[in-house]
Design a protein around this ligand. Sequence first.
Ligand SMILES: [Zn+2]
Length: 250
Amino acid sequence: MIDQRTDFHALFGLPSQGVSALCTTRWLRPKMQRVSLQANQDFNLAVHASDDPQRVLINRALLLQQFDLPAEPLWLDQVHGTQIHRVVESKSSSSPPVADGATTRLQNQVLAVLTADCLPLILATKDGAQVAVVHVGWRGLASGIIGVAVDCFNGAPLVAWIGPGIGPCHFEVGPELKEKFPSDLFAAGRPPDRVLLDLPQAAQRDLASAGVSEIKMSGVCTVCSVNDFYSYRQEGVTGRFATLVWRESR
Ligand SMILES: [Zn+2]
């Protein structure tokens, strides 16, 4: 199950010591228990997503409790840029850092990104000494955010997980994006000039060219799996699910 707290190795099949990670769904509880939930009782974790802020705060508290997180996650103000926030000391700040990723070597410092079609990306050193989580949309990707994120690790061997996001089956874009990505990442879309972009593949390539060899893809398309994940493309006004990573204390 993807929305259970577990260690990075067990969830993603990747070797990284002492690293925990999780990816929420649009439901706090597993599918079997959600039948009684009303549509407005789902598990949106974003305050910017046209939701009641009080309910989002309740959901965030439930996240902490349900998954026994060691601390409140560091939420970011994501802007489709390339800034990676480095967390060097644990302190609570009143406003979230403006960044599209975060990295730390601190233990029990929970990092988070919120997505609904963009790709969540987790990076960790193989020895588990440093972790990062990154919000990867086409803009960030085209601006080189993956290279920026990998550079934060100073050449240490890394493992990576690319989470649920819009897949090549559904990411129809205009021809203006053609100059931003290699041509073989596109397939024909609907006429007259729409094309389908393979965002996960683009991310995987950038990771590989930055020297990351162990890459696991979730293979989940948020539009195809909109019953489990939020999809901005599919739903317009919708929530965001969270991808979290942290180093366990030993
Ligand atoms: Zn799809």
